[in-house]
Design a protein around this ligand. Sequence first.
Ligand code: AP5
Length: 216
Amino acid sequence: MRVVFLGPPGVGKGTQAGFVATEFSMQKLSTGDLLRESVGKRTPLGNEAKLYMERGELVPDKVVIGLVEEKLASPECRNGFLLDGFPRTVAQANKLSSFLEGNGEALDLVVYFSLPQADLIERISGRRNCPKCNAVYHLASIPPKKDGVCDVCGLALIQRNDDKPETIQSRLVVYQNQTEPLIQYYRDRGILSELDGSGGVSAVQERLVVLLSPLG
Ligand code: AP5
């Protein structure tokens, strides 16, 4: 199964991508996680990406496309994959399509997660992450057992730099201008399904299972 998760910042793509990858035994590729890993390791790619990410802008297409193509060519992705946060521009979508066509493959489904903007801001503002294992929490809806501490690692949770109020707005504008056109792009190709991202994590999971089970 070859699936893309598309949707605005904070809608819950990453939270559900972990669940779906396990449930359907798919290789998950999250460009946000891959880029943050490169930033953390201070690789040349990470150093370049950091400047864009901190401003809430997209990292240049050529950087992200190179990163994703390298991963997609790996044996782990041969039997399918789940792309979380890629593609995010029409240029990235075109590249992905030619890459897959070159291998005689195609996407099965693009899941477009939707949620009102006020809920997106609430989810992003309350997000806290573990700096070691990347576990994602929410201060109100998915709190850790002990305040401010990761359940898995016991480390102090942090707030992503790009989750600060001054950056959230620019990420939403970037999404509207550069990523939203992909909704129509994939609708025109007949592979887009809209998923209601509201409600609790398990309610969204149930909707995803209904959507993806016929493909698996
Ligand atoms: P990335 O990390 O991909 O950020 P994003 O798309 O903006 O998505 P988020 O991580 O903000 O949200 P999410 O939808 O995964 O929500 P989550 O599950 O965490 O990208 C970061 C940056 O990297 C970009 O700004 C860009 O600079 C760069 N980048 C990445 N990909 C790129 C690309 N392809 N091209 C160019 N640049 C790229 O949930 C959010 C919060 O809500 C959490 O606290 C969670 O616990 C909570 N939550 C989740 N589900 C629920 C629920 N059902 N109910 C209540 N709370 C919930």
